[in-house]
Design a protein around this ligand. Structure first.
Ligand code: NDP
Length: 452
């Protein structure tokens, strides 16, 4: 489809304006550019979307909250961190998106994540808006009591801004079941309400959904499988490289094993492990989930099949499929070239924006099936929305029912992205398909609801 030149000009001007008005936020610029780069055909085909102000409104958060988080460590020393919640877009439902606790967190990171979340949540079809939050607090090496005091202080401000009909946070990097527990406890104490739907990722006995911990990793593997099936293949017998060793990576590895694939690697910020016999899931869970240890501990205990590569990049290990599941911009152009040289067939992003734009283009030029995070890792937020539905109904679904729903939703997202890409003249381009399909759903609601 040809693009009206004025659509492209409009988007280019907006791109410059966003850089000017949001200085020193490179990850936010990157996320916005990646979407704007694909929207020209849809603005050309649907003039109502080119209405002045629509895309501009979409790129400006509805609300941004920044707050002080003071807390005391076990020795009584006072620390001061910064807390964030960016409520980006609520045209489709309450803001929904995780909290990240990592020293790298700043406003630009939270805005990139919140922006991505708008489109991802729209793709699930589940009536959730986009938001994200977190803090520059580093939970590594902190005792449970320190993490609890930090979470309590964080919630003492955050509670004013969230609610089951307003804004529903969940976990992300550095925020798992332990942190959600402390956050929920403090929210309940301050508000004197049992409002289960205010946070997702809760424990199984107090409002959490079955399969929520597994959902992002399982979903990313299901997306990889769907992309391979388009090409007449599946995951059975394929080797896989996985980065990260947190929530998403662990359940990516679990699902790969369940589907007969052979996950060879995992990593953390110190280095990676390659295991010739395939990752031993029980040992990985013991080291990371139970002991909160390092990935080097896995290699030490696994025996001769595994080796730890300090500071190395997991992408140098040859494999059929790659599933980046750690953090943003962890896979660059050189890594992509190595993967392509080694014959990779599909890349499914479990993490948010892990692949730099040049690497995405390289994969696409080489004919590698590339599933962007907005689509491929949407299983986590989808099951979070199912957790909200269960909380509203005061019921709990069986694991089998949730997993069936997750599989259906991931299949629908794959089909939507695939068909949308074809409709706009970019067959096989899941980036374009995901961006345009997500955009259409949000834009239609924004247009219907007026200039707000
Ligand atoms: P976890 O905190 O459970 O695990 C993060 C993993 O990534 C750890 O192994 C960590 O290593 C590694 N990592 C984090 N930051 C870096 C870094 N700067 N450099 C190298 N390694 C790093 O987080 P999740 O598994 O929940 O999240 C992983 C990714 O998936 C993120 O991009 C997140 O936004 C995305 N995501 C998560 C969802 C969820 O449901 N949890 C939903 C959708 C997307 P170390 O311990 O050394 O820091």
């Amino acid at each position: 489809m040809t693009t009206r030149p004025d659509s492209q000009t409009q988007l280019d001007a907006l791109r410059g304006e966003i850089e000017r008005r949001n200085p020193a936020q490179p990850e936010f610029h990157q996320a916005v550019h990646e979407v704007l780069d694909t929207l020209a055909p849809v603005l050309a085909a649907r003039p109502e979307y080119a209405e002045p102000g629509l895309v501009e409104r979409l790129c400006e958060p509805e609300r941004q909250v920044i707050f002080r988080v003071p807390w005391q460590d076990d020795k009584g020393r006072v620390h001061v961190n910064r807390g964030f919640r960016v409520e980006f877009n609520s045209a489709l439902g309450p803001y929904k998106g995780g909290l990240r606790f990592h020293p790298s967190v700043n406003l630009g990171i939270v805005k990139f994540l919140g922006f991505e979340q708008i489109f991802k949540n729209a793709l699930t079809g589940l009536g959730i808006g986009g938001g994200k939050g977190g803090s520059d607090f580093d939970p590594h090496g902190r005792s449970d009591a320190e993490v609890m005091r930090f979470c309590q202080s964080f919630m003492t401000e955050l509670y004013r801004h969230i609610g089951e009909h307003t804004d529903v946070p969940a976990g992300d990097i550095g925020v798992g079941g332990r942190e959600i527990g402390y956050l929920f406890g403090q929210y309940r104490r301050i508000t004197n309400r049992w409002e289960a739907g205010v946070l997702t990722g809760k424990g199984p006995g107090w409002g959490g959904s079955a399969i929520r911990p597994e959902a992002t990793g399982y979903g990313s593997v299901l997306f990889a499988e769907a992309m391979l099936r388009e090409r007449g293949e599946d995951l059975e017998g394929q080797t896989a490289v996985v980065s990260g060793s947190g929530n998403v990576a662990i359940y990516t590895i679990e699902k790969l094993l369940a589907l007969g694939a052979n996950p060879l690697t995992c990593s953390d910020s110190g280095g990676y492990v390659v295991d010739d016999k395939g990752i031993d899931l029980d040992l990985l869970k013991q080291v990371k989930e139970v002991e909160r240890g390092r990935i080097s501990d896995y290699a030490e205990r696994r025996g001769s099949s595994a080796r730890y590569v300090s500071g190395g990049r997991v992408w140098e290990v040859p494999a059929d499929v790659a599933l980046p599941s750690a953090t943003q911009n962890e896979l660059d152009e050189n890594d992509a070239a190595t993967l392509v040289r080694n014959g990779v067939k599909a890349v499914s992003e479990g993490a948010n924006m892990p692949t730099v734009p040049e690497a995405v283009h390289l994969f696409q030029r080489a004919g590698v099936a590339f599933g962007p995070g907005k689509a491929a890792n949407a299983g986590g937020v989808a099951v979070s929305a199912l957790e909200m539905a269960q909380n509203h109904a005061r019921t709990a679904w069986s694991p089998a029912r949730v997993e069936e729903e997750l599989a259906r939703i991931m299949g629908d997202i794959h089909t939507t992205c695939h068909e949308t890409a074809e409709r706009y003249g970019a067959p096989g381009d899941y980036v374009t398909g995901a961006n345009i399909a997500g955009f259409e759903r949000v834009a239609d609601s924004m247009l219907a609801q007026g200039v707000i």
